[in-house]
Design a protein around this ligand. Structure first.
Ligand SMILES: *Cc1c(COP(=O)(O)O)cnc(C)c1O
Length: 395
């Protein structure tokens, strides 16, 4: 293998166990959308179930189909759009489906088969969902249709992990509770309410309702610095989340270039001294963001090597002048922890360099790259410097 991801499946399972201790018997539904946040759909799904997950969430029907084809029988909740023409497969795959338009209800009703739906309430994110009044109308429509059961009501926060001020999120929560009350007043049972993502599950223990849909936290990564600070300020028990992904490649060539030489497309880097470069067989087509050009570092023999020049489609150049023993085929860590003790490159660090968030860095790691399950890798055991620095005394 020349570029691959090692996935610590024990860490994934352990993260789910940590959330279980936090949420008690609330239905725990980690999401494996986007190739399991880059960890590999099936690796993540199996590890989460091993850790005691009750349900799995996916975005698209394709993901649900892959889970069923792999033999998974757990409840699956599809929370992304399913085209009307594909709705029969929701039934044949035995999935729960988010619903937020009349057309979907009509098309499901026309199938005449039993299917459990979850209404999506618009509470202020202004993406998927309908307002409380329309939700009551949809519920009435669903109640008249044969086969349809309203199993749940959901929503999604717009502004909970990007800030330590949760006024907007509290307003969304109030709209959500109003919608549930309106549905119940109209005579509809609402067995399951759910709107907590990772940040809400961590921050608001009283508002977990019947189910939580956790994502990034199950992969061992905090949603944001703000969420982490807010949790600590609120006196939450520090959750020992374990990152599970290490993205690796190998040195394909080592070469010496003279002072004054330019590196890469656009000649954006000029060597200020005689330089040893290592050439890496990874690039933006693999999900290694071009925004990391001349900015990020990788780890070679446990030491940092800075990127020189632009990240290419399939190739990246790094400076190993100060790592004299760096050699052909040495393992290179792009993200995560090396097998030997040393520094860890967190998804948050790489995201900062690329001016984005950890979610995007992980989700965009090319699905074509092999995911190799490992257990008890350094990523699971390496101490988290932030946790040490910010641990508050227990009260
Ligand atoms: C991705 C997603 C989640 C999980 O969000 P995290 O911030 O990763 O915990 C929950 N619900 C919905 C609808 C989502 O799209």
């Amino acid at each position: 293998m020349r570029t691959w991801c090692e996935i610590d499946t024990a860490a994934l399972a352990e993260n789910v166990r940590s959330f279980r201790r936090l949420v008690g018997d609330t239905t725990l539904a980690p999401t494996v959308k986007s190739n399991g946040y880059g960890h590999g759909l099936l690796l993540a799904a199996r590890a989460f179930l091993e850790g005691g997950a009750d349900w799995l969430c996916v975005d698209a029907l394709d993901e649900a189909r892959a889970l069923r084809q792999a033999g998974l029988t757990c409840p699956i909740y599809v929370f992304g759009y399913v085209p009307l023409a594909d709705l029969a497969e929701v039934v044949s795959l035995d999935c729960r489906l988010v619903v937020y338009n009349r057309e979907t209800i009509d098309a499901l009703a026309a199938l005449g088969a039993p299917v459990r739906i979850h209404l999506k309430i618009e509470t202020g994110n202004h993406r998927q969902g309908v307002g409380p009044e329309e939700a009551v109308a949809l519920a009435a429509l669903a109640a008249r249709a044969t086969g349809l059961t309203i199993e749940g009501v959901s929503s999604h926060f717009a502004n909970i992990e990007d800030t330590t001020d949760h006024t907007y999120a509290r307003r969304q929560l109030a709209v959500f509770e109003g919608a549930v009350a309106a549905l119940r007043a109209a005579g509809h049972a609402v067995p399951m309410r759910h709107l907590s993502n990772t940040a809400a599950a961590l921050l608001w223990p009283d508002q977990r309702f019947e189910m939580v849909r956790i994502g990034v936290g199950a992969y061992g990564v905090w949603p944001s610095k703000e969420a982490r600070v807010a949790a600590l300020l609120a006196g939450r028990r520090e959750l020992a989340l374990q990152p599970a992904l290490t993205w690796k490649t190998r040195i394909a060539q080592v070469k010496s270039v003279p002072e004054g030489a330019f590196v890469g497309y656009g000649c954006t880097y000029m060597c200020t001294h005689p330089t040893r470069l290592a050439i890496l067989p990874v690039g933006y087509a693999d999900g290694y963001d071009r925004g990391l050009s001349n900015l990020a570092h990788v780890l070679i023999r446990g030491r940092r090597a800075p990127i020189r020049g632009r990240v290419c489609m399939n190739i990246t150049m790094v400076d190993v002048t100060d790592i004299p023993d760096a050699a052909l085929e040495d393992e290179v860590v792009l993200l995560g922890a090396p097998a030997v003790d040393g520094e860890r490159l967190t998804a948050d660090q790489v995201a900062d360099w690329a001016q984005t968030i950890s979610y995007e860095i992980m989700a965009r790691i090319g699905a074509h790259l092999p995911r190799v399950p490992v257990t008890g890798s350094a990523s699971a055991t390496a101490p988290d410097p932030l946790a040490r620095a910010y641990r508050l005394p227990r009260t």
